[in-house]
Ligand binder design. Structure first.
Ligand code: GLC
Length: 684
């Protein structure tokens, strides 16, 4: 009896002592409030974590929530807190801070945040029960789903303009067979704009770990954003207009520099134009056929065994001569650069990288090795400044030979077999981290290293820099193209959506492979794609290995004629395009503007039929249409519009049928606008 009792007591004790699994741990009640008005910062300590809010501008408030804070460092954010007026105060239940633009209320039991307008309307509010919570290292902020709330932006994401009801992942991925609902793709921009009750706001999550944004997928209670690890670290932006939200977001993460003018012209690529005589044949044909073009690309075959910074000794035996000949034809040359450096003793980039310790390492100090085009490779750690410098300097030969375009590929990091082990280590600006935190930032830092290095070598002249992978803020260094699409109408339309979404997310200079990368295009599809490309910031034809030729003349006379007309039109419009790009430089306004920027409250623009439409610059309304259509529905938003081809006038807020035979893409001009046009380019 006694023994049974003892056993029972022991079982009871062990049960009580058993560690309880804490399944959801949300930020608790306020224990200590630290006010630092001079640094525009307030800290709310609770028993299980601390929230710090910092006023950056009257319209941007930063929220940092962590159990323990790390070094405060960001590759993405460049904006810093600006001195400004604000009030603050508290009662037993809550604390508030009020700027010229918004009010932030923070309840004390528990600590939860509510952003309000100055007249008290709720813009965004934490879920009262979950607020910011942890599950293990995963940290999530839950926001109450507002009535009829819409969500737009989030960068290179497939799906609808209004992302409500869907969830997305940020984990840069080489996704060569992506389709309409594939996720994730190559680049991550954890920034979205919320829209409800006539109010608009933006949230940028500055955390590069794998993150999830859930806009009410499978529930209507909340939206949330979460990161696998690290701090909850987000910037809340409030403005009346979407354009101002983009302006504040690009103030925070930086804006592009003015691109070289020639990079706004037509560009021709394929995997691969080889040997050098083929490159010249293509370039010469453009001139003979009087089809304007500014750039020709060398894909991976220009290298010796895919070794970066080398030339194929047989097929590209005299690179300087080739580049000079192209220059004489008024062509600029761009080359592909992949991060994988072949493991091969005696190869300069490899020897230097090993000797100077530039490669990403395992925790035991050995260089991480993975396979990509050249076979086994090491990979530069672009998160280290000294490695970026080394990489940048390695472009000297290319720059000396006259190359001015640089195309950063495979930087997700893409390797055969895809699965890169999380334990590999990165410098991370001296803070040291693993692939879990560095992956999403790797591509952007590679593009940065290439941009800064080549610009330095070109004595400040601007190179053209392109990337496949990237993160928020990449607009400071690079163009983004949307990777390996397919030669179908469906992908052509998907590309339009991606470019529009990227424009909402701070990236103006973007584009998709015109004609489609995978598979074979056809005469109508290519013609239509060129027309849409003519109204896309980055206008480059490209196709894969073993596909049919995909130059403007490759599909017969009709397609050639249509292509010439629309490429020529692009050149006529260059003053307008260049001027519109200036707006991206000044205030982050993209060249291709989703209608959600100017017509945010108009329900029509979110409908499936119209969500591809966009404004090209401030005044041109573009109606993308599949190549199979000769007539399409179009929505003319508020205002008055003129048919670009016939001058016919239309009143806005009207659905119309627009004719789109294969030689014509519907375009409308906003009444009262001025479009600077230049006369046809005389290409030699
Ligand atoms: C990748 C790129 C593609 C390129 C190919 C060969 O698939 O996305 O554009 O042509 O590699 O370099």
């Amino acid at each position: 009896m006694k023994a049974t009792l003892i056993t029972l007591i022991l079982v009871l004790i062990s049960f009580i002592a058993m560690p309880q699994r804490n399944l959801n741990n949300s930020l608790g009640d306020l224990a200590k409030l630290d006010k630092n008005p001079s640094s525009q910062q307030f800290s709310f300590r609770t028993n299980n974590g601390t929230a710090v809010v910092t006023i950056y501008t009257p319209s941007i408030i930063r929220v940092r929530i962590a159990r323990e804070f790390n070094t405060d460092f960001s590759f993405a954010v460049v904006g810093t807190p600006q001195n400004g007026n604000f009030d603050y105060g508290e009662d037993n239940a809550k604390f508030f801070v009020s700027t010229d633009s918004l009010i932030l209320e923070i309840s004390k039991k528990p600590v939860r945040l509510t952003f309000k307008t100055k007249d008290g309307s709720v813009i965004s509010q934490d879920d009262p029960n979950f607020g910011t919570s942890w599950i293990g290292t995963e940290v999530t902020t839950y926001k109450v789903m507002q009535k009829d709330e819409k969500f737009i932006g989030l960068g290179e994401k497939t799906g609808n303009l209004n992302r409500r009801g869907e969830a997305f992942e940020h984990w840069n991925t080489d996704n060569p067979h992506y389709d309409n609902n594939s996720d994730p793709l190559y680049a991550s921009i954890p920034f979205y704009i919320g829209i409800h009750s006539g109010l608009n706001y933006g949230i940028y999550l500055d955390n590069t770990h794998r993150s999830i944004f859930n806009f009410g997928a499978s529930n209507d209670r909340f939206s949330y954003f979460s990161a696998d690890d690290g701090e909850m670290n987000y910037y809340f932006i409030y403005h009346k207009n979407v354009a101002d939200i983009i302006k504040s977001y690009t103030w925070l993460t930086g804006r592009m520099e003015m691109p070289p003018r020639w990079s706004l012209g037509y560009q021709q690529c394929r995997w691969s134009y080889t040997p050098d005589t083929e490159v010249m044949r293509i370039a010469t044909t453009f001139r003979e056929k009087k089809i304007p073009a500014d750039v020709i690309y060398l894909d991976i075959h220009y290298m010796d065994n895919y070794k970066i910074f080398t030339w194929n000794p047989v097929d590209f035996a005299s690179p300087k001569k080739l580049l000079d000949d192209l220059k004489a034809l008024n062509f600029k040359t761009a080359v592909i650069v992949d991060p994988g450096i072949k493991v091969e003793k005696g190869y300069k980039a490899y020897d230097e990288g090993v000797a100077q310790k530039h490669f990403v390492k395992y925790p035991d100090g050995t260089d991480w090795t993975a396979q990509v085009w050249p076979g086994w490779c090491h990979f530069p750690d672009f998160t280290a400044e000294r490695t970026r410098k080394w990489w940048g300097d390695s472009f000297k030969g290319y720059v000396d030979d006259g190359i001015v375009g640089f195309w950063n590929d495979m930087n997700e990091i893409a390797t055969w077999g895809q699965q890169v082990p999380n334990l590999i280590q990165f410098d991370w600006n001296g803070a040291k981290t693993t692939y879990r935190e560095a992956k999403n930032m790797y591509g952007m830092q590679m593009a940065r290293a290439t941009y800064e290095g080549t610009k330095r070598l070109m004595n400040g002249r601007r190179p053209m820099n392109i990337t496949r992978a990237g993160f928020a803020g990449m607009q400071r260094y690079t163009i983004l193209w949307t990777g390996d699409n397919q030669a179908t109408d469906h992908h052509m339309m998907l590309g339009v959506k991606l470019v529009n979404s990227l424009g909402l997310s701070g990236l103006s200079f973007t584009g998709s492979d015109v004609g489609g990368f995978g598979g074979n295009s056809n005469p109508a599809l290519f013609a239509r794609w060129i027309q849409i490309g003519a109204f896309t910031p980055f206008f480059r034809g490209h196709t894969s290995y073993n596909t049919v030729s995909q130059e403007p003349w490759a599909f017969g006379e009709t397609t050639e004629e249509i292509s010439r007309n629309y490429i020529q039109l692009r050149y006529n419009l260059l003053p307008y395009v260049y001027t519109s790009m200036r707006e991206s430089v000044m205030n982050g306004m993209p060249l291709n503007r989703s209608l959600a920027i100017n017509y945010t409250a108009d329900e029509k623009i979110y409908q499936d039929t119209y969500l591809h439409q966009f404004l090209f610059g401030p005044s041109m309304l573009i109606i993308p249409a599949e190549s199979t259509k000769a007539i399409t529905k179009a929505y003319l938003p508020e205002g008055e519009w003129y048919d670009f081809y016939t001058d016919q006038k239309f009143t806005g807020k009207q659905e119309i049928f627009a004719e789109c035979p294969i030689d014509k893409l519907p375009v409308y001009i906003a009444a009262g606008s001025m479009i600077p046009i230049q006369s046809p380019m005389a290409m030699i």
